[in-house]
Design a protein around this ligand. Sequence first.
Ligand code: SDX
Length: 433
Amino acid sequence: MSSNERSFTLTDNSSGESWELPVMHGTLGPDVIDVRKLYAQTGCFTYDPGFTSTGSCESKITFIDGDNGVLLYRGYPIEQLAEKSDFMEVCYLLLYGELPTADQKAKFEHDITYHTMIHEQMNTFLRGFRRDAHPMAVMCGMVGALSAFYHDSTDIADPKHRMVSSYRMIAKMPTIAALAYKYNLGQPYVYPKNKLRYAENFLHMMFSNPCEEYEIDPVLARAMDVILILHADHEQNASTSTVRLSGSSGANPFACISAGIASLWGPAHGGANEAVLNMLEEIGDKSNVGTFVEKAKDKDDSFRLMGFGHRVYKNFDPRSRVMRTQCHKVLDALGVHDEPLLEIALELEKIALEDEYFIEKKLYPNVDFYSGIIFKAMGIPTTMFTALFAVARTVGWIAQWNEMIEDPSQKIGRPRQLFTGAEQRDYVDVGQR
Ligand code: SDX
């Protein structure tokens, strides 16, 4: 980041006083107006609920150009990474900033693999949940509880502790997600296998059972790997901002990631993939698509097209295009040629993209629009969709958390407000109310 000669002049039209606000610019994307001294100079706060025009931090990890449908992880386009890389390599890239050499990648993958088991007592903790607990509830609880098992890596000031916690989180998330799934089913928990690669191991822990060996379909394993890549990081989205804000108080990484999981669960965010499938099932047939598109346009109807729209992408979400390709590959590999939900999704996409309302509001399919169809075709239940998103996004949360702690300008996050409540008044005894 660098300051340049550009600045803005802020003038108080009532007093005529003016202030110079410096502008900083990064390597890509909009410049930022530095308002850190604004309150001290003017006595005023800025006001931006939802942070639609607010940069919360400086970052070198992920860049999104919403107008041109660009997503870069450490400068590399998501389309190239989805085609040529794999999730372990992308994890290394997000954490360390560069693509690994063959040796670096092999060591990283080994270290992650040998951290995939969880403490056996976590199993006891799990049994406190009802069998029908939503997997995201289980993941929130289990990940937060990890801080009770790993006191040896919660000193966030120690880079070694941070990296050990980072590896543990990335490694254990699939194990915990699969555990939640098996617990829902009433099936025994499947231990990770060190000879399997990350995405394969995840499918193994989800679908193996003591009665028969699960044959890993390489097409599904690759599809899962690509899906993990697509969901790995996404700049300062709601759950990442939650992790950063939690971490800014010095909270341990496990607690911060648990907070991120909670935020991701919302249907406006990561919970949208589950909501998309429920919506497609509610639409039921492609002949009903028009009716639902009209509902989505009706201001008096709270219904929204799940999987459509995005705060940043005002053109296509590049991830949804890759996801659509993967969707066809998975359905072909599984011999599924008449998936009605895909028919409905394709019809919905076609109608919405031609509709004036969606064009005017720049609403396009986002990453969640097709993922649910792939997951369903792979035999993954709807309630697990957001848990898979959380598995993938853990590396992004962890990379952003590390960057926040290593940022010398980092402070505890503490927004202010516009207060419109009661002015000071004296207490009234109950007999006088
Ligand atoms: C993710 O931030 C990230 O990067 C998130 C994510 C990531 O990788 O971390 O990309 C993952 O969360 C993707 C988004 C998944 N959510 C959904 O698919 C839920 C459906 N989408 C909407 O709820 C909405 O589009 C949001 C939440 C995604 C974006 O909300 P914004 O930016 O606050 O936009 P908005 O709600 O102000 O909408 C702008 C206008 C509104 O109309 P007006 O009030 O201006 O008249 O567009 C309308 C909205 O009513 N609108 C929709 C719509 N989304 C927005 N109308 C119908 N259907 C929709 N889906």
